[in-house]
Ligand binder design. Structure first.
Ligand code: ATP
Length: 206
């Protein structure tokens, strides 16, 4: 029998940071999955072009492995190229893992935007959302939005984890100024960024 409960963790991961770690750890705690797929986006629909190469982002996602040793870094969206739509990936995973329930972790910023996602009603039928607050924001509007999605037939769980308000944008800005990233990203990510001179003004893709 194949895996029954699969966490599909999608993101740009440019770079992965401790907010992502906290979200994934909380989702693993809530779901107790048989399999965790980390899915770095190709070119995400709502993000700037010209970001860090997929190879670099994929390599940095190794930082998630201590959370779940059999973690799979999946390259479906990178291989597809172009803009990444979660619904396309989810349809593919439903074919690849028939009968498995997919769980999709997301921060509150993404959750509150969910009705703008491509084919969101179909997505609601195909995945259980695992939400987590991104900042020390008021939880009430997030709970209310989640209740609205539940009324449309979706299922929204909340990750049990501390809130860790950091963003990749903030990490890139600090790295560009040569500032330390201690505590914001896993050590392996900080070392990778330094080794490859990522996010510095003269950064190459070497
Ligand atoms: P950027 O700053 O470049 O927009 P980001 O920090 O939002 O990036 P993504 O890779 O776009 O990172 O995020 C992937 C997923 O992780 C999204 O669902 C996002 O909401 C969630 N996420 C990101 N940061 C946090 C955080 N600090 N706490 C909880 N969830 C987070």
């Amino acid at each position: 029998m194949g895996p029954q409960k699969i966490i599909l963790f999608g993101g740009t991961f440019d770079p992965p940071h401790n907010g992502h770690m906290t979200l994934l750890a909380g989702a693993i705690e809530a779901v107790r999955p048989d399999l965790v797929l980390v899915e770095p986006a190709g070119t995400p629909p709502h993000k700037r072009a010209g970001g860090t190469s997929a190879a670099h982002r994929l390599a940095m996602c190794e930082c998630f492995r201590p959370l779940f040793p059999e973690l799979v870094l999946d390259t479906t969206e990178i291989a597809r190229g172009g803009k990444s739509y979660t619904i396309d990936t989810v349809r593919q995973m439903n074919v690849r893992y028939p009968g498995a329930q997919l769980y999709f972790p997301m921060g509150s910023d993404m959750l509150l935007w969910f009705r703008n996602w491509a084919a969101y009603r179909e997505l609601l039928r195909r995945v259980v959302l695992v939400a987590h607050l991104r900042t020390g924001e008021d939880a009430a509007p997030v709970r209310e939005y989640a209740a609205g999605l539940a009324a449309e037939g979706g299922t929204v769980l909340f990750a049990k984890a501390p809130v860790f308000p950091v963003s990749s944008t903030e990490v890139r800005a600090l790295a560009a100024k040569g500032r330390p990233l201690d505590g914001l990203v896993p050590e392996s990510v900080a070392a990778y960024i330094a080794r490859h001179h990522l996010y510095t003004p003269a950064a190459g893709e070497a």
